[in-house]
Design a protein around this ligand. Structure first.
Ligand SMILES: Cc1cc2nc3c(=O)[nH]c(=O)nc-3n(C[C@H](O)[C@H](O)[C@H](O)COP(=O)(O)OP(=O)(O)OC[C@H]3O[C@@H](n4cnc5c(N)ncnc54)[C@H](O)[C@@H]3O)c2cc1C
Length: 313
C-alpha cells in the first residue's frame, strides 16, 4: 500500500489542515476534477453528459459525520429534490439503467449523540419511499469500520421494505467475505475500502486487499444478487469479466462502477463494449473528506496540491 496513505488520511481529520486546504484557491482545480459542482445547477449538465455517453450514474450529495440534527434534515431535503431531478432523466425502457443516489448514513444523522442510528434509519426510509415512487435506486455507502455494524443493521432493516436497496462492502475488512456470503442475494457494491483502518480489522498490504476482493467477487458473482464491481484496478476488472462469463451473467445482471474523474477512457471503453458502467458523481460544498480520500489513493494527485500549498506559505 502507498506509504503516504495513512499520513494523508490522518491529516484529513485535522481541522487546521482542512482550513489550509479549503482556503487555498489552487485547490479548486483539483476539486473540479473529482467533484461535479457545488450545487444541483452544476451537477445536472454533468449527469446529462455522462448519460449521453451511455454511462449510468450514482449521485452523492457530499457531507459526512453530521452532529447537528438540522443539518441531517437539510441533507434529507436535498436528497429528495435530487431524486426528483434524477427521475426526470431515467430511461424507463431499461430496468437496470436507472439513475441512483448514494448516501452516507453519517450524513443522515447516524453520528448524532442521541438516537443517531434510529434517526439515520428513519431518514433512509424517507429517501427510499421517495426513490421507489420515482424509480430511482439508493445505495448506502460504507464508512469507517466503527460504523459497519450499525450501517448493515440499518440496511437489513430498510431492505425488508425496499429489497432493491444497495449496500457497500469493503474488501479490506477481515469481515468482508462473511458479509458477502450473507448479502450475496442483494444489490452489493464491492470496493477495496478508502479509510484508514487498524490491522486488527483490515488487511494492510495491497496484495492482501486485492486477494480479498477476488474472493468476495467470486462469492457475489456466484450469488443471486446484483454485484456492483467498484474499482479502477485493471486486474479486478478483468477478473469480473471472466467471472461473469463463467457464471453466465449478462450485462443486465452486474455492473462496473468508477468514480467521476478517474479513468474516463476506461469507463467509456466498458460502456461502449455493452457493459453497465456506472459513475459515482459527488457534488456539494462539503468535499474535503472525499477529496483527501482520493488524494490518499494516488500520491500523484497530491504532488500538485502540496506544491501549491508550500509555495503559498
Ligand atoms: C463507485 C465507487 C464507489 C465507492 N464507494 C466507496 C464506499 O462507499 N466506501 C469506501 O470505503 N470506499 C468506496 N470507494 C473507494 C474504494 O474503496 C477505493 O478506495 C478506490 O476505488 C480505489 O481503489 P481501486 O479499487 O480503484 O484500486 P487502486 O489500486 O487504488 O487503483 C487502481 C488504479 O486506478 C487508478 N486510480 C485509483 N484511484 C485513483 C485516484 N484517486 N486518482 C487517480 N487515479 C486513481 C490508478 O490508475 C490506479 O493505479 C468507492 C469506489 C468506487 C469506484
Amino acid at each position: 500500500m502507498n506509504p503516504l496513505r495513512p499520513i494523508i488520511l490522518a491529516a484529513s481529520a485535522s481541522p487546521r489542515m482542512q482550513r489550509i486546504v479549503t482556503g487555498t484557491p489552487v485547490t479548486a482545480a483539483i476539486v473540479r476534477r473529482f467533484v461535479a459542482g457545488a450545487g444541483r445547477a452544476e451537477l445536472i449538465p454533468v449527469v446529462r453528459e455522462l448519460l449521453a455517453s451511455r454511462r449510468l450514474i450514482s449521485v452523492d450529495f457530499l457531507g459526512e459525520n453530521t452532529t447537528d440534527r438540522a443539518q441531517a434534515d437539510a441533507t434529507v431535503a436535498e436528497y429528495l429534490s435530487l431524486i426528483n431531478d434524477l427521475a426526470a432523466m431515467n430511461d424507463f425502457r431499461d430496468a437496470t439503467a436507472r439513475t441512483e443516489v448514494s448516501v452516507k448514513l453519517s450524513a443522515l444523522g447516524q453520528a448524532l449523540p442521541v438516537d443517531g442510528p434510529a434517526i439515520a434509519t428513519e431518514n433512509l426510509r424517507i429517501l427510499c419511499t421517495k426513490a421507489a415512487q420515482a424509480g430511482v435506486w439508493v445505495t448506502v455507502d460504507a464508512e469507517d469500520h466503527t460504523t459497519t455494524e450499525a450501517t448493515l443493521t440499518t440496511v437489513r432493516e430498510v431492505c425488508a421494505e425496499f429489497p432493491w436497496l444497495g449496500a457497500v462492502l469493503q474488501a479490506y475488512l477481515h469481515r468482508a467475505e462473511e458479509d458477502c456470503r450473507e448479502l450475496s442475494g442483494s444489490r452489493i457494491r464491492l470496493c477495496k475500502g478508502a479509510y484508514r483502518e487498524p490491522h486488527t480489522v483490515a488487511y494492510q498490504r495491497s496484495a492482501e486487499v486485492t486477494d480479498s476482493y477476488l474472493r468476495c467477487l467470486e462469492i457475489l458473482m456466484g450469488g443471486a444478487g446484483y454485484p456492483m464491481v467498484a474499482t479502477h484496478d485493471p486486474v479486478l476488472i478483468l477478473a469480473a469479466e471472466q467471472l461473469a462469463a463463467e457464471t453466465g451473467r449478462g450485462p443486465d445482471r452486474f455492473e462496473y462502477q468508477m468514480l467521476y474523474g478517474i479513468r474516463d477512457p476506461e469507463q467509456l471503453r466498458l460502456a461502449a463494449a455493452g457493459n453497465a458502467m456506472r459513475v459515482y458523481v459527488p457534488y456539494g460544498s462539503q468535499w474535503y473528506g472525499y477529496l483527501t480520500r482520493r488524494l490518499a489513493e494516488r500520491p500523484a494527485n497530491l504532488t500538485f496540491l502540496l506544491r501549491a500549498l508550500v509555495s503559498k506559505s
